[in-house]
Design a protein around this ligand. Structure first.
Ligand SMILES: CC(C)(COP(=O)(O)OP(=O)(O)OC[C@H]1O[C@@H](n2cnc3c(N)ncnc32)[C@H](O)[C@@H]1OP(=O)(O)O)[C@@H](O)C(=O)NCCC(=O)NCCS
Length: 569
Protein backbone atom coordinates (compact mmCIF):
# COMPACT_ATOMS: atom_id res chain seq x y z
CA UNK A 1 0.00 0.00 0.00
CA UNK A 2 1.46 3.39 -0.95
CA UNK A 3 1.07 6.06 1.67
CA UNK A 4 0.56 9.64 0.56
CA UNK A 5 2.43 12.45 2.26
CA UNK A 6 0.17 14.68 4.32
CA UNK A 7 -0.95 17.92 2.73
CA UNK A 8 0.80 20.90 4.25
CA UNK A 9 -0.64 24.31 3.41
CA UNK A 10 2.25 26.52 4.43
CA UNK A 11 1.21 29.92 3.09
CA UNK A 12 -2.00 31.91 3.11
CA UNK A 13 -4.13 31.01 0.10
CA UNK A 14 -4.67 34.06 -2.12
CA UNK A 15 -8.46 34.13 -2.52
CA UNK A 16 -10.18 37.27 -1.24
CA UNK A 17 -13.80 37.51 -2.31
CA UNK A 18 -15.79 40.67 -1.61
CA UNK A 19 -19.39 39.62 -0.94
CA UNK A 20 -20.80 43.05 -0.13
CA UNK A 21 -21.78 44.90 3.07
CA UNK A 22 -18.12 45.05 4.06
CA UNK A 23 -17.89 41.24 4.18
CA UNK A 24 -14.91 39.46 2.65
CA UNK A 25 -14.34 35.71 2.28
CA UNK A 26 -10.72 34.68 2.65
CA UNK A 27 -8.39 32.10 4.18
CA UNK A 28 -6.91 32.47 7.64
CA UNK A 29 -3.51 33.24 9.08
CA UNK A 30 -2.31 32.75 12.63
CA UNK A 31 -3.44 36.31 13.44
CA UNK A 32 -7.07 35.15 13.14
CA UNK A 33 -6.69 32.37 15.71
CA UNK A 34 -8.24 34.10 18.72
CA UNK A 35 -11.03 35.73 16.72
CA UNK A 36 -12.01 32.43 15.06
CA UNK A 37 -11.91 30.69 18.44
CA UNK A 38 -14.16 33.39 19.94
CA UNK A 39 -16.58 33.25 17.01
CA UNK A 40 -16.83 29.46 17.31
CA UNK A 41 -17.12 29.45 21.11
CA UNK A 42 -19.95 31.97 20.80
CA UNK A 43 -21.69 30.11 17.96
CA UNK A 44 -21.55 26.81 19.86
CA UNK A 45 -22.62 28.14 23.25
CA UNK A 46 -26.11 26.62 22.96
CA UNK A 47 -24.85 23.34 21.57
CA UNK A 48 -24.12 21.74 24.93
CA UNK A 49 -20.87 20.24 23.66
CA UNK A 50 -19.38 18.74 26.82
CA UNK A 51 -21.26 21.35 28.85
CA UNK A 52 -24.68 21.51 30.45
CA UNK A 53 -26.99 24.20 29.17
CA UNK A 54 -29.43 25.26 31.88
CA UNK A 55 -33.03 25.74 30.81
CA UNK A 56 -33.29 29.26 32.19
CA UNK A 57 -29.77 30.62 31.73
CA UNK A 58 -27.86 31.98 28.80
CA UNK A 59 -24.76 29.82 28.52
CA UNK A 60 -21.22 31.18 28.35
CA UNK A 61 -19.18 30.71 25.17
CA UNK A 62 -18.19 27.03 24.95
CA UNK A 63 -14.78 26.62 26.55
CA UNK A 64 -14.07 23.19 24.98
CA UNK A 65 -14.77 24.51 21.51
CA UNK A 66 -12.64 27.58 22.09
CA UNK A 67 -9.69 25.50 23.29
CA UNK A 68 -10.14 23.09 20.37
CA UNK A 69 -10.05 25.87 17.78
CA UNK A 70 -7.04 27.52 19.34
CA UNK A 71 -5.29 24.15 19.22
CA UNK A 72 -6.19 23.68 15.55
CA UNK A 73 -4.97 27.16 14.69
CA UNK A 74 -1.68 26.81 16.56
CA UNK A 75 0.19 25.80 13.45
CA UNK A 76 1.34 22.41 14.76
CA UNK A 77 -1.86 20.40 14.32
CA UNK A 78 -1.58 17.12 12.45
CA UNK A 79 -4.70 17.75 10.38
CA UNK A 80 -4.49 21.39 9.32
CA UNK A 81 -2.31 24.46 9.48
CA UNK A 82 -3.15 28.00 10.47
CA UNK A 83 -3.87 28.68 6.78
CA UNK A 84 -6.71 26.16 6.50
CA UNK A 85 -9.67 28.08 7.97
CA UNK A 86 -11.95 29.70 5.41
CA UNK A 87 -13.54 32.73 7.08
CA UNK A 88 -15.90 35.61 6.47
CA UNK A 89 -14.42 38.83 7.82
CA UNK A 90 -16.48 41.90 8.58
CA UNK A 91 -14.06 44.60 7.44
CA UNK A 92 -16.34 47.25 9.02
CA UNK A 93 -16.11 45.73 12.51
CA UNK A 94 -15.68 48.39 15.18
CA UNK A 95 -13.09 48.25 17.93
CA UNK A 96 -14.04 45.53 20.36
CA UNK A 97 -16.21 43.72 17.79
CA UNK A 98 -15.08 40.35 16.49
CA UNK A 99 -14.34 40.80 12.76
CA UNK A 100 -14.71 37.05 12.09
CA UNK A 101 -18.40 36.29 11.57
CA UNK A 102 -18.32 32.82 9.99
CA UNK A 103 -15.85 30.06 9.23
CA UNK A 104 -15.16 26.47 8.15
CA UNK A 105 -11.83 24.70 8.57
CA UNK A 106 -10.51 22.15 6.11
CA UNK A 107 -8.74 19.13 7.54
CA UNK A 108 -6.84 16.45 5.70
CA UNK A 109 -7.01 13.14 7.50
CA UNK A 110 -5.13 10.04 6.37
CA UNK A 111 -7.35 7.06 5.82
CA UNK A 112 -7.78 3.85 3.87
CA UNK A 113 -10.20 2.36 1.39
CA UNK A 114 -10.18 -1.41 1.18
CA UNK A 115 -7.03 -3.36 1.69
CA UNK A 116 -4.80 -1.66 -0.84
CA UNK A 117 -5.44 2.05 -0.86
CA UNK A 118 -4.27 4.67 1.54
CA UNK A 119 -5.45 8.22 0.88
CA UNK A 120 -6.38 11.53 2.44
CA UNK A 121 -9.96 12.16 3.44
CA UNK A 122 -10.93 15.84 3.22
CA UNK A 123 -12.79 16.89 6.32
CA UNK A 124 -14.55 20.24 6.61
CA UNK A 125 -14.78 20.83 10.35
CA UNK A 126 -15.70 23.40 12.96
CA UNK A 127 -18.40 25.09 10.86
CA UNK A 128 -20.05 28.17 12.33
CA UNK A 129 -21.58 31.56 11.76
CA UNK A 130 -22.29 34.31 14.24
CA UNK A 131 -26.04 34.23 15.14
CA UNK A 132 -26.47 37.75 13.72
CA UNK A 133 -25.16 36.58 10.35
CA UNK A 134 -27.13 33.35 9.96
CA UNK A 135 -29.43 32.42 7.08
CA UNK A 136 -27.64 34.82 4.77
CA UNK A 137 -25.90 32.07 2.82
CA UNK A 138 -22.41 32.71 4.25
CA UNK A 139 -21.74 29.05 5.01
CA UNK A 140 -23.08 28.05 1.62
CA UNK A 141 -20.67 30.46 -0.09
CA UNK A 142 -17.72 29.33 2.01
CA UNK A 143 -18.38 25.71 1.00
CA UNK A 144 -18.89 26.38 -2.68
CA UNK A 145 -16.26 29.06 -3.24
CA UNK A 146 -13.43 28.19 -0.85
CA UNK A 147 -13.69 24.84 0.96
CA UNK A 148 -14.71 22.50 -1.86
CA UNK A 149 -12.47 24.04 -4.53
CA UNK A 150 -9.47 23.85 -2.16
CA UNK A 151 -10.23 20.27 -1.11
CA UNK A 152 -10.86 19.13 -4.68
CA UNK A 153 -7.73 20.93 -5.92
CA UNK A 154 -5.43 19.18 -3.50
CA UNK A 155 -6.80 15.84 -4.66
CA UNK A 156 -9.21 14.79 -1.89
CA UNK A 157 -11.48 12.33 -3.70
CA UNK A 158 -13.83 12.15 -0.75
CA UNK A 159 -14.92 14.49 2.00
CA UNK A 160 -16.55 13.57 5.30
CA UNK A 161 -18.35 15.60 7.96
CA UNK A 162 -19.75 14.44 11.28
CA UNK A 163 -22.38 17.13 11.49
CA UNK A 164 -25.72 18.49 12.56
CA UNK A 165 -28.71 16.69 11.03
CA UNK A 166 -29.59 17.27 7.40
CA UNK A 167 -27.69 20.56 6.94
CA UNK A 168 -24.86 19.33 4.71
CA UNK A 169 -27.09 17.50 2.24
CA UNK A 170 -27.60 20.80 0.43
CA UNK A 171 -23.87 21.01 -0.30
CA UNK A 172 -23.71 17.65 -2.08
CA UNK A 173 -23.24 15.33 0.89
CA UNK A 174 -25.03 12.02 1.34
CA UNK A 175 -25.36 10.13 4.61
CA UNK A 176 -23.16 7.18 3.71
CA UNK A 177 -20.26 6.14 5.89
CA UNK A 178 -21.54 4.43 9.02
CA UNK A 179 -19.76 5.29 12.25
CA UNK A 180 -18.82 2.66 14.74
CA UNK A 181 -21.20 2.65 17.70
CA UNK A 182 -19.76 3.20 21.11
CA UNK A 183 -20.50 1.43 24.36
CA UNK A 184 -20.19 2.85 27.84
CA UNK A 185 -19.50 1.56 31.28
CA UNK A 186 -21.42 4.24 33.09
CA UNK A 187 -20.05 3.93 36.60
CA UNK A 188 -16.70 2.27 36.88
CA UNK A 189 -16.81 2.18 40.66
CA UNK A 190 -19.97 0.10 40.89
CA UNK A 191 -19.85 -1.78 37.61
CA UNK A 192 -16.26 -2.80 37.93
CA UNK A 193 -15.45 -2.79 41.62
CA UNK A 194 -12.30 -4.76 41.05
CA UNK A 195 -11.22 -2.18 38.55
CA UNK A 196 -11.06 0.84 40.74
CA UNK A 197 -10.43 -0.41 44.20
CA UNK A 198 -8.20 2.58 44.61
CA UNK A 199 -7.06 1.59 48.08
CA UNK A 200 -5.61 -1.52 46.59
CA UNK A 201 -3.60 0.46 44.07
CA UNK A 202 -0.46 0.91 46.08
CA UNK A 203 3.08 0.91 44.68
CA UNK A 204 3.49 -2.69 45.83
CA UNK A 205 0.20 -3.70 44.19
CA UNK A 206 1.31 -2.02 41.00
CA UNK A 207 4.60 -3.85 41.18
CA UNK A 208 2.63 -7.10 41.28
CA UNK A 209 0.69 -6.31 38.09
CA UNK A 210 1.59 -8.61 35.18
CA UNK A 211 1.39 -5.61 32.84
CA UNK A 212 2.38 -2.02 33.48
CA UNK A 213 1.89 1.14 31.44
CA UNK A 214 4.49 3.65 30.42
CA UNK A 215 4.27 7.08 28.83
CA UNK A 216 5.51 6.97 25.22
CA UNK A 217 8.24 9.25 23.88
CA UNK A 218 8.96 10.39 20.34
CA UNK A 219 11.30 7.41 19.98
CA UNK A 220 8.23 5.17 20.29
CA UNK A 221 6.42 6.65 17.28
CA UNK A 222 7.37 3.75 14.92
CA UNK A 223 6.09 1.26 17.53
CA UNK A 224 2.85 3.21 17.93
CA UNK A 225 2.38 3.20 14.14
CA UNK A 226 3.01 -0.55 14.01
CA UNK A 227 0.48 -1.32 16.74
CA UNK A 228 -2.25 0.94 15.40
CA UNK A 229 -2.63 -0.38 11.87
CA UNK A 230 -5.98 -1.77 10.89
CA UNK A 231 -4.55 -5.27 10.97
CA UNK A 232 -2.99 -4.79 14.41
CA UNK A 233 -6.36 -3.59 15.68
CA UNK A 234 -7.99 -6.70 14.19
CA UNK A 235 -10.40 -4.50 12.29
CA UNK A 236 -12.31 -5.68 9.24
CA UNK A 237 -13.34 -2.12 8.34
CA UNK A 238 -13.11 -1.27 4.63
CA UNK A 239 -13.07 2.50 5.13
CA UNK A 240 -11.52 4.36 8.00
CA UNK A 241 -8.85 6.68 9.26
CA UNK A 242 -5.21 5.75 9.73
CA UNK A 243 -2.99 6.48 12.66
CA UNK A 244 0.23 7.67 11.10
CA UNK A 245 3.45 9.18 12.32
CA UNK A 246 1.95 12.71 12.19
CA UNK A 247 -0.91 11.67 14.48
CA UNK A 248 1.35 10.10 17.08
CA UNK A 249 3.96 12.85 17.00
CA UNK A 250 1.22 15.41 17.55
CA UNK A 251 -0.83 13.64 20.20
CA UNK A 252 1.96 12.22 22.35
CA UNK A 253 4.24 15.23 22.13
CA UNK A 254 3.50 18.44 20.21
CA UNK A 255 -0.05 18.94 21.46
CA UNK A 256 1.05 18.28 25.04
CA UNK A 257 3.99 20.67 24.81
CA UNK A 258 1.76 23.49 23.59
CA UNK A 259 -1.30 22.81 25.77
CA UNK A 260 -2.93 26.05 26.90
CA UNK A 261 -5.71 25.20 29.32
CA UNK A 262 -7.52 22.36 31.07
CA UNK A 263 -10.04 22.39 28.24
CA UNK A 264 -7.25 21.87 25.75
CA UNK A 265 -7.43 18.12 26.22
CA UNK A 266 -5.69 15.66 23.98
CA UNK A 267 -5.23 11.95 23.83
CA UNK A 268 -4.14 9.52 26.50
CA UNK A 269 -1.61 7.06 25.11
CA UNK A 270 0.30 4.43 27.01
CA UNK A 271 2.56 1.58 25.97
CA UNK A 272 1.79 -1.72 27.65
CA UNK A 273 4.83 -3.41 29.16
CA UNK A 274 5.18 -7.07 30.08
CA UNK A 275 6.22 -6.70 33.72
CA UNK A 276 8.05 -10.03 33.73
CA UNK A 277 10.36 -9.33 30.81
CA UNK A 278 10.23 -5.51 30.77
CA UNK A 279 9.40 -5.71 27.07
CA UNK A 280 6.86 -3.50 25.33
CA UNK A 281 3.93 -5.67 24.34
CA UNK A 282 0.99 -3.47 23.44
CA UNK A 283 -0.71 -0.14 23.09
CA UNK A 284 -3.67 1.49 24.75
CA UNK A 285 -5.04 4.84 23.63
CA UNK A 286 -8.06 6.95 24.39
CA UNK A 287 -9.05 10.25 25.88
CA UNK A 288 -9.04 11.44 29.46
CA UNK A 289 -11.18 14.52 28.88
CA UNK A 290 -13.83 15.75 28.26
CA UNK A 291 -14.82 12.09 28.64
CA UNK A 292 -12.79 9.05 29.46
CA UNK A 293 -12.61 6.93 26.33
CA UNK A 294 -10.81 3.87 25.06
CA UNK A 295 -10.16 3.76 21.30
CA UNK A 296 -7.24 1.39 20.82
CA UNK A 297 -6.22 -1.66 22.82
CA UNK A 298 -3.70 -3.75 20.97
CA UNK A 299 -1.52 -6.57 22.23
CA UNK A 300 1.33 -8.15 20.38
CA UNK A 301 0.95 -11.75 19.24
CA UNK A 302 1.33 -14.23 22.06
CA UNK A 303 -0.38 -12.12 24.73
CA UNK A 304 -3.91 -12.75 25.95
CA UNK A 305 -6.48 -9.98 26.13
CA UNK A 306 -8.30 -11.54 29.04
CA UNK A 307 -5.09 -11.53 31.06
CA UNK A 308 -4.19 -7.94 30.17
CA UNK A 309 -7.68 -6.41 30.38
CA UNK A 310 -7.98 -5.49 34.04
CA UNK A 311 -4.33 -4.72 34.82
CA UNK A 312 -4.23 -2.40 31.80
CA UNK A 313 -7.65 -0.88 32.34
CA UNK A 314 -7.14 -0.04 35.99
CA UNK A 315 -3.89 1.75 35.25
CA UNK A 316 -5.36 3.45 32.19
CA UNK A 317 -8.30 4.78 34.20
CA UNK A 318 -5.93 6.06 36.86
CA UNK A 319 -3.75 7.70 34.22
CA UNK A 320 -6.89 9.45 32.98
CA UNK A 321 -7.35 11.02 36.38
CA UNK A 322 -3.85 12.44 36.54
CA UNK A 323 -3.54 16.20 36.05
CA UNK A 324 -2.76 17.26 32.51
CA UNK A 325 0.67 18.52 31.50
CA UNK A 326 -0.76 22.03 31.54
CA UNK A 327 -2.10 21.63 35.05
CA UNK A 328 1.24 20.27 36.26
CA UNK A 329 2.98 23.25 34.68
CA UNK A 330 0.50 25.67 36.27
CA UNK A 331 0.97 24.10 39.67
CA UNK A 332 4.76 24.31 39.33
CA UNK A 333 4.56 27.96 38.32
CA UNK A 334 2.22 28.71 41.19
CA UNK A 335 4.54 26.95 43.59
CA UNK A 336 7.55 28.86 42.37
CA UNK A 337 5.60 32.12 42.67
CA UNK A 338 4.63 31.22 46.21
CA UNK A 339 8.21 30.30 47.06
CA UNK A 340 9.40 33.65 45.77
CA UNK A 341 6.70 35.41 47.82
CA UNK A 342 7.77 33.44 50.88
CA UNK A 343 11.40 34.43 50.35
CA UNK A 344 10.37 38.04 50.00
CA UNK A 345 8.20 37.79 53.10
CA UNK A 346 11.03 36.17 55.02
CA UNK A 347 13.28 39.06 54.06
CA UNK A 348 10.60 41.61 55.04
CA UNK A 349 9.99 39.65 58.17
CA UNK A 350 13.44 40.52 59.34
CA UNK A 351 12.37 44.13 59.01
CA UNK A 352 8.57 44.07 59.57
CA UNK A 353 7.76 41.27 61.99
CA UNK A 354 6.62 37.59 61.71
CA UNK A 355 5.35 35.80 58.52
CA UNK A 356 1.69 34.61 58.31
CA UNK A 357 0.97 31.45 60.31
CA UNK A 358 0.19 28.09 58.69
CA UNK A 359 -3.13 28.23 56.92
CA UNK A 360 -2.80 31.94 56.26
CA UNK A 361 -1.67 33.08 52.85
CA UNK A 362 -0.71 36.33 51.27
CA UNK A 363 -3.45 37.78 49.09
CA UNK A 364 -0.99 37.80 46.20
CA UNK A 365 -0.56 34.03 46.34
CA UNK A 366 -4.20 33.05 46.44
CA UNK A 367 -5.11 34.04 42.91
CA UNK A 368 -3.59 32.87 39.68
CA UNK A 369 -5.08 34.54 36.67
CA UNK A 370 -4.02 31.73 34.31
CA UNK A 371 -5.11 28.72 36.38
CA UNK A 372 -8.71 27.58 35.93
CA UNK A 373 -11.01 28.41 38.81
CA UNK A 374 -12.87 25.48 40.32
CA UNK A 375 -15.99 26.58 38.42
CA UNK A 376 -14.10 26.44 35.13
CA UNK A 377 -12.35 23.18 35.89
CA UNK A 378 -13.71 20.22 33.96
CA UNK A 379 -15.31 17.57 36.16
CA UNK A 380 -13.35 14.38 36.76
CA UNK A 381 -14.26 11.75 34.16
CA UNK A 382 -16.25 8.83 35.46
CA UNK A 383 -17.92 6.72 32.78
CA UNK A 384 -15.68 4.92 30.31
CA UNK A 385 -16.62 5.05 26.65
CA UNK A 386 -15.42 2.16 24.48
CA UNK A 387 -15.00 2.87 20.79
CA UNK A 388 -13.50 -0.41 19.65
CA UNK A 389 -14.53 -2.86 16.95
CA UNK A 390 -17.69 -4.72 17.92
CA UNK A 391 -15.68 -7.94 17.49
CA UNK A 392 -12.61 -6.69 19.32
CA UNK A 393 -11.69 -9.03 22.20
CA UNK A 394 -11.97 -6.16 24.70
CA UNK A 395 -15.48 -5.25 23.48
CA UNK A 396 -16.47 -8.87 23.90
CA UNK A 397 -14.88 -9.22 27.32
CA UNK A 398 -16.63 -6.07 28.57
CA UNK A 399 -19.93 -6.72 26.82
CA UNK A 400 -21.91 -7.67 29.91
CA UNK A 401 -20.53 -4.72 31.87
CA UNK A 402 -21.17 -2.08 29.23
CA UNK A 403 -24.23 -0.81 27.41
CA UNK A 404 -24.57 0.35 23.81
CA UNK A 405 -24.70 4.14 23.63
CA UNK A 406 -27.92 5.72 22.47
CA UNK A 407 -26.90 7.02 19.07
CA UNK A 408 -27.32 4.15 16.67
CA UNK A 409 -26.82 4.24 12.97
CA UNK A 410 -24.75 7.39 12.88
CA UNK A 411 -23.55 8.13 9.39
CA UNK A 412 -21.01 10.63 8.23
CA UNK A 413 -22.02 13.14 5.62
CA UNK A 414 -20.01 11.90 2.64
CA UNK A 415 -19.22 13.78 -0.56
CA UNK A 416 -17.59 12.12 -3.54
CA UNK A 417 -17.35 14.97 -6.03
CA UNK A 418 -16.26 12.77 -8.93
CA UNK A 419 -17.13 9.07 -8.93
CA UNK A 420 -14.67 8.58 -11.79
CA UNK A 421 -11.77 10.10 -9.85
CA UNK A 422 -12.73 8.09 -6.81
CA UNK A 423 -12.86 4.79 -8.72
CA UNK A 424 -9.45 5.45 -10.28
CA UNK A 425 -7.99 6.31 -6.89
CA UNK A 426 -9.31 3.20 -5.16
CA UNK A 427 -8.74 0.92 -8.18
CA UNK A 428 -6.03 -1.19 -6.46
CA UNK A 429 -8.51 -2.20 -3.74
CA UNK A 430 -11.30 -2.84 -6.25
CA UNK A 431 -8.99 -4.93 -8.44
CA UNK A 432 -7.88 -6.85 -5.37
CA UNK A 433 -11.51 -7.64 -4.52
CA UNK A 434 -12.09 -8.78 -8.09
CA UNK A 435 -8.96 -10.93 -8.15
CA UNK A 436 -10.10 -12.73 -4.98
CA UNK A 437 -13.54 -13.45 -6.44
CA UNK A 438 -15.19 -15.76 -8.94
CA UNK A 439 -15.15 -12.85 -11.41
CA UNK A 440 -11.34 -12.69 -11.48
CA UNK A 441 -10.08 -11.59 -14.90
CA UNK A 442 -13.45 -10.23 -16.07
CA UNK A 443 -13.73 -7.80 -18.98
CA UNK A 444 -16.81 -5.58 -18.86
CA UNK A 445 -18.07 -2.05 -19.27
CA UNK A 446 -20.17 -0.65 -16.43
CA UNK A 447 -22.53 2.14 -17.37
CA UNK A 448 -24.29 4.12 -14.67
CA UNK A 449 -27.19 6.47 -15.16
CA UNK A 450 -27.75 8.87 -12.25
CA UNK A 451 -30.72 10.57 -13.91
CA UNK A 452 -29.71 14.16 -13.05
CA UNK A 453 -26.60 16.16 -12.31
CA UNK A 454 -27.17 17.66 -8.87
CA UNK A 455 -25.05 19.73 -6.45
CA UNK A 456 -22.26 17.41 -5.46
CA UNK A 457 -22.11 15.31 -8.61
CA UNK A 458 -19.65 15.72 -11.46
CA UNK A 459 -22.03 14.38 -14.07
CA UNK A 460 -25.30 12.54 -14.57
CA UNK A 461 -23.56 9.32 -15.44
CA UNK A 462 -20.44 7.20 -15.04
CA UNK A 463 -18.69 4.68 -17.25
CA UNK A 464 -16.07 2.30 -15.92
CA UNK A 465 -14.13 -0.02 -18.19
CA UNK A 466 -12.64 -3.18 -16.75
CA UNK A 467 -10.30 -5.28 -18.87
CA UNK A 468 -8.97 -8.62 -17.68
CA UNK A 469 -9.79 -7.66 -14.10
CA UNK A 470 -8.03 -4.29 -14.28
CA UNK A 471 -9.80 -0.92 -14.19
CA UNK A 472 -8.57 0.83 -17.31
CA UNK A 473 -10.74 3.94 -17.30
CA UNK A 474 -13.56 5.79 -15.61
CA UNK A 475 -15.37 8.92 -16.74
CA UNK A 476 -18.14 11.09 -15.32
CA UNK A 477 -19.33 12.58 -18.62
CA UNK A 478 -21.06 9.37 -19.71
CA UNK A 479 -24.59 10.01 -20.95
CA UNK A 480 -26.77 6.93 -21.50
CA UNK A 481 -27.31 6.40 -25.23
CA UNK A 482 -30.84 6.57 -26.62
CA UNK A 483 -32.45 3.38 -28.04
CA UNK A 484 -31.79 4.69 -31.57
CA UNK A 485 -28.12 5.28 -30.79
CA UNK A 486 -27.86 1.77 -29.34
CA UNK A 487 -29.47 0.31 -32.43
CA UNK A 488 -27.09 2.19 -34.76
CA UNK A 489 -24.05 1.10 -32.71
CA UNK A 490 -25.16 -2.54 -32.87
CA UNK A 491 -25.62 -2.27 -36.61
CA UNK A 492 -22.16 -0.79 -37.01
CA UNK A 493 -20.58 -3.52 -34.84
CA UNK A 494 -22.28 -6.30 -36.80
CA UNK A 495 -21.30 -4.76 -40.10
CA UNK A 496 -17.68 -4.50 -39.01
CA UNK A 497 -17.60 -8.15 -37.90
CA UNK A 498 -19.05 -9.17 -41.23
CA UNK A 499 -16.55 -7.06 -43.18
CA UNK A 500 -13.71 -8.63 -41.19
CA UNK A 501 -15.11 -12.10 -41.75
CA UNK A 502 -15.45 -13.02 -38.08
CA UNK A 503 -18.43 -13.83 -35.88
CA UNK A 504 -20.04 -10.89 -34.14
CA UNK A 505 -19.35 -10.79 -30.41
CA UNK A 506 -21.50 -8.58 -28.26
CA UNK A 507 -19.36 -6.81 -25.61
CA UNK A 508 -20.36 -7.21 -21.98
CA UNK A 509 -22.05 -3.99 -20.96
CA UNK A 510 -23.74 -3.84 -17.56
CA UNK A 511 -26.26 -1.08 -16.99
CA UNK A 512 -27.14 0.47 -13.69
CA UNK A 513 -29.41 3.24 -12.53
CA UNK A 514 -29.17 5.00 -9.19
CA UNK A 515 -30.87 8.10 -7.80
CA UNK A 516 -28.42 11.04 -7.69
CA UNK A 517 -25.72 10.69 -4.99
CA UNK A 518 -27.13 7.42 -3.61
CA UNK A 519 -24.40 5.41 -5.37
CA UNK A 520 -22.07 6.81 -2.67
CA UNK A 521 -23.69 4.47 -0.14
CA UNK A 522 -22.81 1.45 -2.26
CA UNK A 523 -19.25 2.68 -2.88
CA UNK A 524 -18.46 2.88 0.83
CA UNK A 525 -20.12 -0.42 1.74
CA UNK A 526 -23.05 1.10 3.61
CA UNK A 527 -25.80 -0.74 1.74
CA UNK A 528 -25.84 -3.96 -0.29
CA UNK A 529 -27.13 -3.97 -3.86
CA UNK A 530 -30.36 -5.59 -2.67
CA UNK A 531 -30.81 -2.91 -0.02
CA UNK A 532 -30.20 -0.19 -2.62
CA UNK A 533 -32.92 -1.73 -4.77
CA UNK A 534 -35.23 -1.95 -1.76
CA UNK A 535 -34.64 1.56 -0.40
CA UNK A 536 -34.41 3.47 -3.68
CA UNK A 537 -37.11 2.40 -6.08
CA UNK A 538 -35.36 3.97 -9.05
CA UNK A 539 -32.36 1.64 -8.64
CA UNK A 540 -31.94 -0.89 -11.41
CA UNK A 541 -29.29 -3.42 -12.30
CA UNK A 542 -29.20 -5.04 -15.73
CA UNK A 543 -27.36 -6.06 -18.86
CA UNK A 544 -26.44 -9.61 -17.95
CA UNK A 545 -26.33 -12.34 -15.34
CA UNK A 546 -23.22 -11.03 -13.64
CA UNK A 547 -24.27 -7.37 -13.44
CA UNK A 548 -25.35 -7.65 -9.83
CA UNK A 549 -22.57 -10.01 -8.81
CA UNK A 550 -19.98 -7.61 -10.20
CA UNK A 551 -21.31 -4.69 -8.14
CA UNK A 552 -21.49 -6.90 -5.06
CA UNK A 553 -17.91 -7.98 -5.62
CA UNK A 554 -16.55 -4.49 -6.18
CA UNK A 555 -18.52 -2.85 -3.37
CA UNK A 556 -19.36 -5.40 -0.69
CA UNK A 557 -21.47 -4.26 2.21
CA UNK A 558 -19.11 -4.00 5.15
CA UNK A 559 -19.95 -5.37 8.53
CA UNK A 560 -17.43 -3.19 10.29
CA UNK A 561 -18.19 0.48 10.56
CA UNK A 562 -15.86 3.40 9.96
CA UNK A 563 -12.88 3.24 12.20
CA UNK A 564 -12.03 6.69 13.32
CA UNK A 565 -10.99 8.98 16.05
CA UNK A 566 -12.89 11.94 14.69
CA UNK A 567 -12.28 14.51 17.33
CA UNK A 568 -8.58 14.04 17.71
CA UNK A 569 -8.09 17.61 16.71
C1 LIG B 1 -25.42 25.68 11.17
C2 LIG B 1 -24.87 27.04 10.82
C3 LIG B 1 -23.39 26.92 10.56
C4 LIG B 1 -25.62 27.57 9.58
O1 LIG B 1 -25.03 28.78 9.22
P1 LIG B 1 -25.76 29.82 8.25
O2 LIG B 1 -24.83 30.98 8.14
O3 LIG B 1 -27.13 30.09 8.73
O4 LIG B 1 -25.82 29.00 6.92
P2 LIG B 1 -26.35 29.53 5.51
O5 LIG B 1 -26.99 30.86 5.67
O6 LIG B 1 -25.24 29.44 4.55
O7 LIG B 1 -27.44 28.45 5.24
C5 LIG B 1 -27.59 27.81 4.06
C6 LIG B 1 -28.95 27.17 4.06
O8 LIG B 1 -29.09 26.29 5.17
C7 LIG B 1 -30.27 26.54 5.88
N1 LIG B 1 -29.98 26.24 7.28
C8 LIG B 1 -29.42 27.04 8.20
N2 LIG B 1 -29.27 26.36 9.37
C9 LIG B 1 -29.75 25.12 9.15
C10 LIG B 1 -29.84 23.95 9.96
N3 LIG B 1 -29.44 23.92 11.24
N4 LIG B 1 -30.36 22.83 9.39
C11 LIG B 1 -30.80 22.83 8.11
N5 LIG B 1 -30.71 23.91 7.31
C12 LIG B 1 -30.20 25.04 7.83
C13 LIG B 1 -30.52 28.00 5.62
O9 LIG B 1 -31.88 28.32 5.81
C14 LIG B 1 -30.11 28.11 4.18
O10 LIG B 1 -31.10 27.56 3.35
P3 LIG B 1 -31.79 28.42 2.20
O11 LIG B 1 -30.65 28.92 1.36
O12 LIG B 1 -32.66 27.45 1.53
O13 LIG B 1 -32.49 29.51 2.94
C15 LIG B 1 -25.12 28.05 11.99
O14 LIG B 1 -26.47 28.01 12.34
C16 LIG B 1 -24.30 27.81 13.23
O15 LIG B 1 -23.19 28.32 13.39
N6 LIG B 1 -24.83 27.00 14.18
C17 LIG B 1 -24.16 26.70 15.43
C18 LIG B 1 -22.93 25.90 15.24
C19 LIG B 1 -23.21 24.60 14.49
O16 LIG B 1 -24.12 23.86 14.81
N7 LIG B 1 -22.36 24.32 13.49
C20 LIG B 1 -22.44 23.12 12.70
C21 LIG B 1 -21.66 22.06 13.34
S1 LIG B 1 -21.64 20.56 12.40
Amino acid sequence: MTVEAPIIQNTQRPERIDIGDGLVMRWSTIKDANNIADCMAHAFKWSGIFATVAEDEEPAPNAWVKAGIKRLMRGNSAVMTEYDYAVVENTLAKDGQNPIVAGISLHGVPGFYGEKVSMLYGKPEAVCSNPEYRNKGLIRRLFHELIHPASDARGDVIQIIPGIPHFYRQFGYEYAIGLRNSRSIDDLNTKLPSLLSKDAITPSALAAEPFTLRVPTLADVPYLCKLSTREAQKSQAQVGLEYRESYWRYTIHDAIETQESSFDAGRLTRIIVDAKTGKDCGLVMGASAPRLGLFIFTLEEGYLYREALYPVLRQFVLAGEEPSAWEVKQAAEKKSKEDKEDDKAAKNDDKDGPAPKDGQTHATTTTDSTAPTSAEKPPAPKPLRLILDPDHPITKLLESKSTADEHKNIRLFTRIPSYANFIIKVAPSLEHRLAQSCLAGITATLQFDFYRKVVGSAGKGLEVIIKDGQIVSARDDFVPPTPEELMLAARERKALAKAEGRPDTKPTVFKYQFAPLTFTRLLVGDLSVDEMIYFYTETSVGGGDDAKLLLETLFPKTKEQFQCDLFWW
